[in-house]
Design a protein around this ligand. Structure first.
Ligand SMILES: [Zn+2]
Length: 360
């Protein structure tokens, strides 16, 4: 097989892919066969609508619009209200097992998902304690691997709106209850309410406890959050990061630090569209940025749809879609044996590709 696609390569100097109908078909064929990796999703955002409806019915939860349970007004507040309502259906370990299993299998079926890292925020679930939650989510992931060959790992999410004291208590609980499926810490919810600077001590505690660190920063244009995460929190990866598109110096700092940036199209597309989109700018600046589905359940999208839409709108070549899969695999928080297994699956799927995919 061609070594050009077996090595993760820099996304620096991306070409523009302008697709005619034939080229579009080639991209669709590639997405149909390529095993996918994604590093930025949230458990409550991953639940398919049918499953949420089923869970809500079970607990008699009133839906604002039962015909369209996932219809919500654009904006962070209504989104988080829905996110919390979904989390409110996680009332027993069995519920968490089921949503963990079904959401992985659903994306595996729609998009050939092979590996996903999932943020879970224990502090907004009053029903199931930390250790029982983690055991149940991890078992769902193990069984998804056993039955369908798709696997997952858990990133414990700080729910930033609750502040630092809650987050520090959470990290103490993580340290006291280690589980092999829990690989790191991240942060979710509204970055304008809970700025990253508040959590420097929380991140230090998590690092001391042996966890990897990522941070959702720069989604709403504050580049200082990104720099704080890199230089003060000393993260191993970043999430979103669109503010970098406005700042070449900060971008150079992230490139120099060698940090992978797990971005998402559902949120990047809320910024200027087309070739002015920050994701395209960040890729052109040489950032190692990938595309995850973020909240595919609530947003009613699949990972394949997201990758295709981004590729068409940002004119991303097929080689980028391949390379970002390998670069996410490199940045994934898994052991080397698992990484090699997944790499072999991707390599094998790509062996029969037409040469068109190898052109930049
Ligand atoms: Zn997210």
């Amino acid at each position: 097989m061609n070594p050009a696609i077996t090595q993760p390569s820099s996304t620096r100097g991306l070409d523009h892919a302008k697709r005619d109908e034939d080229a579009l078909r080639v991209t669709e064929d590639l997405l149909a066969i390529l095993p996918k990796i994604e590093l930025h999703t949230h458990l409550a955002g991953n639940i398919p609508e049918w499953l949420f409806v089923d869970m809500a019915r079970k607990y008699g939860i009133q839906l604002a619009d039962p015909a369209n349970p996932y219809e919500y007004v654009e904006g962070m507040e209504p989104f988080l209200a829905l996110f919390k309502q979904v989390t409110d259906t996680f009332r027993t370990p069995e519920d968490l097992y089921r949503v963990s299993y079904e959401s992985l299998v659903d994306e595996h079926r729609s998009s050939k998902l092979r590996y996903r890292e999932v943020h879970y925020a224990p502090t907004i679930n009053p029903h199931v304690d930390y250790a029982d939650s983690i055991a149940a989510i991890a078992e769902g992931m193990e069984h998804a691997k056993r039955d369908h060959g798709v696997e997952g790992r858990i990133i414990i999410a700080i729910y930033r709106n609750q502040g630092a004291a809650v987050a520090e208590k959470l990290v103490a609980e993580m340290a006291a209850n280690p589980h092999p499926a829990v690989v790191g810490i991240g942060i979710e919810a509204d970055e304008t309410v809970g700025p990253i600077q508040l959590f420097e001590r929380t991140y230090a505690m998590a690092r001391d406890a042996g966890y990897r660190l990522t941070a959702h920063v720069g989604e709403h244009a504050d580049v200082n959050e990104v720099l704080c995460a890199v230089d003060q929190l000393k993260v191993d990866r970043l999430d979103h990061g669109y503010a970098l598109a406005q700042d070449k110096v900060a971008t150079a700092r992230v490139v120099e630090a060698g940090l992978h940036l797990a971005s998402t199209w559902v949120s990047a597309r809320l910024h200027p569209r087309g070739l002015q989109n920050p994701l395209r700018t960040m890729l052109d600046a040489g950032l190692d940025a990938s595309i995850s589905s973020d909240d595919p359940g609530i947003c009613k999208v699949t990972l394949n749809e997201q990758l295709l839409e981004a590729a068409l709108e940002l004119e991303l070549p097929d080689s980028y879609l391949i390379n970002q899969t390998y670069s996410q695999l490199t940045a994934a928080w898994i052991d080397d044996a698992t990484r090699s297994e997944i790499r072999a699956d991707i390599d094998e799927a790509l062996t029969n590709l037409r040469p068109t995919h190898l052109e930049k």
